[in-house]
Design a binder for this molecule. Structure first.
Ligand code: 13P
Ligand code: SF4
Length: 305
């Protein structure tokens, strides 16, 4: 079967079975083409709530599908590839956070959305890379515990210096692999290019950027900028998507190994198989977990909008 034939079959099946397909911006072009909505983590959370369909399929990683389930308990939520997880989401345990709050009372616990559903049950508010600074500024408390991404945490600290922000340390292994040397090499090779990076990169890289933002914010910046050349400091799919969409501009990956193996797991065949009732995983979470975890995601949508 040709890719185009499979895509046509997927479009027919999702209509017939009333399935809403969400895709994170790191997904492959052929998946984005059949998705009903593509965006960053925050946009996916908001769209998940709005979709009228009874079944939602997530082409992304597990915490994204769990977020959909938490916001829409009555919907059937399918993760297209059950092996697609975000390693950062597993780095901090519930016990570690409880230990901190027990010994350090008075902190508002702010969790990056890249966390497990269990962890979300004990957090006050979630954030995404596009909403973190805005939300932390809006929180009335000046004492913040942020987890698990210490690089995003350091970025928030630099943008909200008036607050005391403690970090429980984790990171994205993909973005954290980029170093200042990569920035210097890319700048030397493309002297007229603007450097756009994701805040999951280490602070020494973020400090050298011309723009710091979420996956969607990076894409919007590149679209609206008058500049012609850009070095892209996030998963390399973003440079590819931008090059495809704006052939008159030039997009260069900051680092050739900036590839998230988990985001790359989902294929068009996975999507097709889910629609044929053959694959994927239905996300099931205890009712109690959903009720407790929903509060911090709803708070994120309220403060982040
Ligand atoms: P965005 O919210 O920017 O899409 O980031 C999600 C993610 O996992 C980046 O690595
Ligand atoms: Fe997780 Fe990093 Fe992959 Fe994003 S790029 S899904 S944070 S491992």
């Amino acid at each position: 079967m040709l890719i185009k034939e499979m895509q046509d079959d997927i479009l027919r099946l999702k209509k017939e079975k009333d399935v809403f397909i969400l895709a994170h911006s790191y997904q492959a072009r052929e998946i984005i083409e059949i998705a009903d909505f593509t965006g960053d983590s925050y946009q996916l959370s908001v769209m998940a709530q709005k979709a009228p369909q009874k079944t939602v399929m997530m082409c992304g990683v597990r915490f994204m599908a769990e977020t959909v389930k938490i916001l829409s308990e009555d919907k059937q939520v399918m993760l297209a590839n059950p092996y697609a997880g975000c390693p950062m989401a597993e780095q901090i345990s519930v016990e570690k956070v409880e230990d901190f709050t027990k010994n350090n009372p008075g902190y508002t616990v702010v969790a990056y959305i890249n966390t497990t559903a269990a962890l979300k049950t004990i957090c006050d508010v979630c954030v995404t890379s596009s909403t973190a600074v805005k939300i932390v500024k809006k929180i009335v408390n000046d004492k913040i515990l942020f987890l698990p991404d210490s690089n995003l945490g350091a970025y928030i600290q630099s943008r909200v210096p008036e607050k005391e922000i403690q970090l429980l340390k984790g990171c994205c292994p993909v973005h954290a692999a980029v170093g200042v040397r990569d920035v210097e090499a890319a700048r030397k090779q493309h002297p007229n290019a603007l450097l756009l990076v994701h805040p999951e990169c280490v602070p020494s890289v973020v400090e050298k950027a011309d723009f710091v933002g979420s996956t969607s914010a990076i894409m919007d910046y590149a679209k609206n900028s008058d500049n012609k050349d850009f070095i892209i400091g996030t998963e390399n799919s973003i440079a590819e998507h931008l090059q495809y969409q704006y052939p008159d501009k030039n997009f260069y990956p900051l680092f050739k190994k900036l590839i998230c193996p988990n985001m790359k797991l989902t294929t068009l065949v996975d999507v097709w198989r889910v629609l044929n009732g053959q694959g994927g995983e239905e996300i099931r979470l205890p009712h109690d977990t959903i009720v407790k975890a929903r509060r911090c995601i709803e708070e994120m949508i309220r403060l982040g909008g």
